[in-house]
Design a protein around this ligand. Structure first.
Ligand code: HEC
Ligand code: HEC
Length: 236
């Protein structure tokens, strides 16, 4: 459970960081609008064989590594200036990309006319506050926690079941352990209840409603969830 809470906190933290904006411009949105056609923006990035440009995380790390600055505190302002210049006046000699990558990608086409200097300022500020080793480590840890989870639990997070249920504790609805105990391994029944929702089966919950997940889950997902719920009885 702790892992889940931490994951949510993390997501909140991420979105909180991303609220930081230059003037009234939203660097995150602008980056998505103006740069995502070629650069993959994920943190950490998924890489593809036929990608058009290096992932934005690599670009940000690159620039921070290679930029010449007299001291640490000048690094980010200089890196921001580099982005503002490069996007309008790109060239092979300025690029920090290694020769091999430059050959594969080709030099970036100038984005002159597509993006203003003010917008680039906001984009670059966002880039260097978002693509950091700290955020990467945290995102990677959250992904690893999700990966290690049983598929059923991962689905329970993704489908928001855990806003009303916990494995062992009653919340808005009965604990999954109690549900498992009542239905004794009847995966098909439980899957059907997830599909259609339920009301009045659990007197202690005062007529609270279990919404139907017919449209929000596939049959396979409901079965995975139901199998995981059934296992909760033995994990007390
Ligand atoms: C049409 C595709 C395309 C778009 C749109 C695009 N880029 Fe690029 N970009 C590239 C390619 C290809 C490279 C790698 C070759 C190079 O360094 O020029 C690159 C490289 C860069 C580099 C230099 C990386 C380095 O290591 O030196 C920066 C900075 C950059 N892009 C920023 C941006 C930003 C910011 C935007 C959005 C405003 C953007 N790009 C939009 C294709 C694109
Ligand atoms: C908005 C709150 C809410 C959400 C979201 C929710 N549930 Fe429920 N759930 C409840 C309540 C309340 C009950 C008890 C309803 C009753 O008394 O029949 C319940 C009951 C159940 C039951 C037992 C039904 C029965 O026939 O006894 C199962 C199984 C179940 N939930 C699974 C899930 C799964 C899986 C999810 C996510 C896909 C989920 N719930 C999401 C509130 C919720």
């Amino acid at each position: 459970m702790k892992a889940v809470v931490t994951l949510f906190t993390l997501l909140l933290l991420f979105s909180a960081c991303e609220q930081k904006q230059h003037a009234n411009l939203d660097g995150k949105k602008l980056l998505e609008q103006k740069c995502s056609a070629c650069h993959n923006l994920d943190l950490p990035p998924k890489t593809f064989e036929d990608e058009k440009a290096p992932p934005m995380m690599a670009v940000a790390f690159h620039i921070k590594d290679f930029i010449h600055a007299a001291n640490e505190s000048e690094k980010i302002p200089k890196a921001i200036d580099f982005v503002k210049d490069y996007v309008i006046n790109p060239s092979a000699s300025k690029s920090f990309c290694d020769k091999e990558s430059l050959k594969t990608y080709g030099v970036m086409p100038s984005q002159k006319g597509n993006v203003t200097q003010e917008e680039l300022q906001a984009i670059a500020e966002y880039m260097f506050s978002h693509y950091t080793v700290k955020n990467l480590t945290e995102a990677q840890a959250a992904i690893n926690r999700l990966k290690k989870m049983p598929a059923g639990k991962r689905l329970a997070i993704q489908k928001n079941c855990l806003s009303c249920h916990r494995e062992k504790k009653d919340l808005v609805g009965p604990s999954f352990a109690k549900i498992a105990k009542r239905y004794k391994g009847d995966v098909l029944y439980i899957a059907k209840r997830i599909k259609n929702g339920s009301k009045g089966e659990w007197k202690a919950f005062h007529g609270a409603l279990m919404p139907a997940f017919k449209d929000k889950t596939t049959l396979k997902e409901r079965e995975t969830l139901a199998k995981w719920i059934v296992e909760q009885e033995y994990k007390q």
